[in-house]
Design a protein around this ligand. Structure first.
Ligand code: NAI
Length: 466
C-alpha cells in the first residue's frame, strides 16, 4: 500500500510526487501516456518554446542588416525544425523519468480511475500494455490537467480544424493560418507561423488582447504583432466553418457585419477545460462543479472526500504549469504534516511572443475598479543602453504601487527578456517590497534589468533615465 498515489504526471503531479517522496511518503504515479510530463512537456510549454525559438532565429535574420551583417539564401528546413523540437521534448520527458527513479517513485503506465473506497483508497489501473491492477493508498492526488475547449460546429479533425497539439506538429507550414482566440496560445502559435512566412489572421470576440494585463501593454503588444504581419479582427465571433477545397470561415463583428475568410487551417484556441473523463469521480463519491472543475478546500486542496486531493488545471485558477507545480509542493508538504502554502497574489504570467509580455499582480484597470489608491511609473526600453546596443528598443515597463504605503501591487512588462525580468518583481512582491526598495537596489550596468529599476524610480517620483 502506498502513502500517496498521484494520477497524472504533468508539472503538478510529478512535482507533488517528488516532494512527497522527499518527505518520506511511499509514492506512486499513474500516467496514461507513454511519456511523463503531461501537456506542458509533451504538447504545450516546451515544444511551443522550441518552435518559438527556432522561428525567432529565422525571422531575426531579417533584422541583421543594421548590424552590418548580410544574409543570403536563408531557408527553412521544416522537418529538421520539427525534429529538433521532438528531441527537446524527449530530453525533458526522459529527465522526469530519471527524477522519478532517483526519488524511488513507482511509475504505473496506464489509465487510473477511482474505485469506491474500502477503508483505504483504491485506484484501478488499466495498463497501457494490457491487463488491470488495483492499487491501494492512504491518499490520492488528482492532477489530470486540462484539454482544449471544442466549439460546436468546429469539432477538431486533426488536419484542418485543430487544437494547439496539432498546431505544433503540422506536416507543412500553412499558407494561411486562421486562429480563433487571441489568448496566450493564439498569440504564441500565431507568432511562430507569421515568422515562418504564413499569413496569420486572428479572430477574437473580446475588444482587446489578454484582459488580465494593463491595456497600455496589450495595445503595444498588438501593434508589434501587427508589424510582424498578423491581422487581428477584434470584437469578432466565428459563427461558422465550411469545408470545400479549402476552409471557409464565417465571422461576425460586434456591429453585425458578416465576412468570410479562406485558409488552409483553423486553430481553435478558445481556452482549456478540466480533464476528468474516465477518472471515476462518481465511484469515489466526487462530482465536478458546473464548469467541470473538481471543487477543493482552498489551501488544503482536499476534495469533498477525505483523503482525495486535487491540484493544477483540474481545479479552479489560472491554467499555468508553475501554479500547478507550487500546488504540488504545497499539497505534498500538507500531507507530510507541514504547512505548505501558495501565494496566489504573486503568480507571474508570460506570453512568449517577441518581445515577450509578462505581468504580475493587478493591472491599473483593476486597481481603479476596486478603489485602491495607487501611483504608477513607466520606463521605456529605448532609454536603456543595453537594449539599444542589442537593437531591442521596443517595449516598456509599468509598475503600480500603493499611494500611501508604496507597496508594489502589480507590474507589466512588454519587452525583450520580460519572462526573466518579471521575476524581480515577483521576489519584491513576495517580500512586500515598496517601489522605492527596487529603486534603491543597485542594478548592474548596462543590463536590461535597469528598465525595472527605472520604472520603480519613476513610481517613487525620481526617474533618472526616463
Ligand atoms: P485563453 O483563455 O488564453 O484565450 C482564449 C481566447 O479565445 C479569449 O481571448 C477568448 O475571448 C477567445 N474566444 C473564446 N471563444 C471565442 C469565439 N467563439 N470566437 C472568438 N474568440 C473566442 O486560452 P488559450 O489561448 O486557448 O490557452 C489555454 C490555456 O493554456 C490558458 O489558460 C493559458 O493560460 C494556458 N497557456 C499558457 C501559456 C503560457 O503561460 N505562456 C501558453 C499556452 C497556453
Amino acid at each position: 500500500m502506498y502513502d500517496l498515489i498521484v494520477i497524472g504526471s504533468g508539472p503538478g503531479g510529478y512535482v507533488a510526487a517528488i516532494r512527497a517522496s522527499q518527505l518520506g511518503l511511499k509514492t506512486a504515479i499513474i500516467e496514461k501516456s507513454e511519456t511523463l510530463g503531461g501537456t506542458c512537456l509533451n504538447v504545450g510549454c516546451i515544444p511551443s518554446k522550441a518552435l518559438l525559438d527556432s522561428s525567432h532565429r529565422y525571422h531575426d535574420l531579417t533584422s541583421l542588416a543594421v548590424h552590418g551583417i548580410g544574409v543570403q539564401g536563408a531557408s527553412i528546413d521544416w522537418p529538421t525544425m520539427q525534429k529538433r523540437k521532438e528531441l527537446v521534448v524527449s530530453d525533458v520527458t526522459k529527465g522526469v523519468a530519471f527524477l522519478m527513479k532517483k526519488n524511488s517513485i513507482e511509475i504505473h503506465q496506464g489509465t487510473g480511475s477511482l474505485l469506491p473506497p474500502q477503508n483505504v483508497h483504491r485506484v484501478l489501473v488499466q495498463k497501457a500494455k494490457g491487463g488491470e491492477e488495483v492499487l491501494e493508498a492512504k491518499r490520492i492526488l488528482l492532477a489530470t490537467g486540462s484539454q482544449p475547449v471544442e466549439i460546436p460546429g468546429m469539432a477538431f479533425n486533426g488536419e484542418t480544424i485543430i487544437s494547439s497539439t496539432e498546431a505544433l506538429s503540422l506536416q507543412q507550414i500553412p499558407h494561411h493560418l486562421m486562429i480563433l482566440g487571441a489568448g496566450v496560445i493564439g498569440l504564441e502559435i500565431g507568432s511562430v507561423y507569421a515568422r515562418l512566412g504564413s499569413r496569420v489572421t486572428i479572430l477574437e470576440m473580446l475588444p482587446g488582447l489578454l484582459p488580465g494585463v494593463d491595456a497600455r501593454i496589450s495595445t503595444a503588444a498588438k501593434r508589434s504583432l501587427e508589424k510582424l504581419g498578423i491581422t487581428f479582427h477584434l470584437s469578432t465571433k466565428v459563427t461558422r466553418v465550411d469545408k470545400a477545397d479549402s476552409l471557409l470561415v464565417t465571422a461576425q463583428s460586434s456591429t453585425g457585419e458578416e465576412f468570410q475568410l479562406e485558409g488552409s487551417v483553423l486553430l481553435v484556441a478558445a481556452g482549456r477545460k478540466p480533464y476528468t473523463a474516465g477518472l471515476g469521480l462518481e465511484k469515489a463519491g466526487l462530482a465536478t462543479d458546473e464548469r467541470g472543475f473538481i471543487p477543493v478546500q482552498s489551501h488544503s486542496y482536499q476534495t469533498s472526500v477525505p483523503g482525495i486531493y486535487a491540484i493544477g488545471d483540474v481545479i479552479r485558477g489560472p491554467m499555468l504549469a508553475h501554479r500547478a507545480e507550487d500546488e504540488g509542493i504545497a499539497v505534498a508538504e500538507i500531507l507530510a504534516g507541514q504547512k505548505g502554502h501558495v501565494n496566489y497574489n504573486t503568480i507571474p504570467f508570460v506570453v512568449y511572443t517577441h518581445p515577450e509580455i509578462a505581468w504580475i499582480g493587478s493591472p491599473a484597470e483593476e486597481l481603479k475598479s476596486i478603489g485602491i489608491p495607487f501611483r504608477s511609473g513607466v520606463s521605456f526600453y529605448k532609454a536603456n543602453g543595453r537594449a539599444r546596443a542589442s537593437e531591442e528598443r521596443e517595449g516598456m515597463v509599468l509598475i503600480h504601487a500603493h499611494e500611501q504605503t508604496d507597496e508594489v501591487l502589480g507590474a507589466a512588462i512588454f519587452g525583450a527578456g520580460a519572462s526573466e525580468l518579471i521575476q524581480e518583481i515577483a521576489v519584491a512582491m513576495e517580500y512586500k517590497a515598496a517601489s522605492e526598495d527596487i529603486a534603491r537596489i543597485m542594478h548592474a550596468h548596462p543590463t536590461m534589468s535597469e528598465v525595472i529599476r527605472d520604472a520603480a524610480q519613476a513610481t517613487t517620483g525620481w526617474a533618472i533615465h526616463q
